[in-house]
Design a protein. Structure first.
Lengths: 114, 117
C-alpha cells in the first residue's frame, strides 16, 4: 500500500536532548512538509521541501532542523533550542510542482517532554 | 500574508440534522481553498478543494462547500450528518500566483464537530 509512515507514534524528550522524528513516503511525491499541531491553533508549518536536497523554513522553524537526502525521507529534528516542544507533529507529502495538489498526511507523532 | 478564521471552535448537532462549518479567509491575492478532516489521533484527510470553476464543490462523505469571493468565505455543509462524522475539521488556503501556488497551506484553528444520537 502506498502512503506515509511516521515513527515513533509517541516520543519522550528529556531536557536538553535532541530528538528526531521519522517520515517516509512511498508515493513518489516530490514535496514533503512538517506541521506542528497544538490544541485550538490548527496546524503550523515548520519546514517544507519541494525537491531532494532543498528545503525552506516555514512559519515556526526556530528550534527545528530537517534534511532531505532522499526523495522518500524527510526527518525532523527537534533541538534543545525548542523550549516548548510538546505537540502533535504531522508529516505530509504532495506531488509538488507548485500546482496546489492535495497534501497526504501521515498518522502523526506525539512528542512529550519528561 | 494570508490568514484563515474558522468561526466556531465547537459545533454540536444531532444525528440526521444539517450542519454548516464556517470558514473565512484573508488574502491580498487569489487563493486555492481546502477542507480537511481529522479523526482522533490520526492524520488529516482531504474532504474537498476549490481550485477554479464552479463555486460549489462536492467532496467525499456527502460534504460540499461554496466559495464566495465577495465574502471571502468557504463554508462547509452537509444536509444530514451521521455519528461517524464526529471529528475535527480544518479549512486551509494556498496562495495562488498566476496558475500555480506556493504549495504552502495556511490552516484555520479547527472546528470540532460532535454528532449526538
Amino acid at each position: 500500500d502506498g502512503g506515509i509512515t511516521q515513527s515513533p507514534k509517541y516520543l519522550f524528550r528529556k531536557e536538553g536532548q535532541n530528538v528526531t522524528l521519522s517520515c517516509e513516503q512511498n508515493l513518489n511525491h516530490d514535496a514533503m512538509y512538517w506541521y506542528r499541531q497544538d490544541p485550538g491553533q490548527g496546524l503550523r508549518l515548520i519546514y517544507y521541501s519541494q525537491i531532494v536536497n532543498d528545503f525552506q523554513k516555514g512559519d515556526i522553524a526556530e528550534g527545528y532542523s530537517v534534511s532531505r537526502e532522499k526523495k522518500e525521507s524527510f526527518p525532523l529534528t527537534v533541538t534543545s533550542a525548542q523550549k516548548n516542544p510538546t505537540a502533535f507533529y504531522l508529516c505530509a507529502s504532495s506531488i509538488g510542482g507548485n500546482r496546489a495538489e492535495t497534501q497526504y498526511f501521515g498518522p502523526g507523532t506525539r512528542l512529550l517532554v519528561l | 500574508a494570508q490568514s484563515v478564521t474558522q468561526l466556531d471552535s465547537q459545533v454540536p448537532v444531532f444525528e440526521e440534522a444539517p450542519v454548516e462549518l464556517r470558514c473565512n479567509y484573508s488574502s491580498s491575492v487569489s487563493v486555492y481553498l481546502f477542507w480537511y478532516v481529522q479523526y482522533p489521533n490520526q492524520g488529516l484527510q482531504l474532504l474537498l478543494k476549490y481550485l477554479s470553476g464552479s463555486t460549489l464543490v462536492k467532496g467525499i462523505n456527502g460534504f460540499e462547500a461554496e466559495f464566495n469571493k465577495s465574502q471571502t468565505s468557504f463554508h462547509l455543509r452537509k444536509p444530514s450528518v451521521h455519528i461517524s462524522d464526529t471529528a475535527e475539521y480544518f479549512c486551509a488556503v494556498d496562495v495562488r500566483v498566476g496558475g500555480t501556488s506556493y504549495g504552502k497551506l495556511t490552516f484555520g484553528q479547527g472546528t470540532i464537530l460532535t454528532v449526538h444520537p
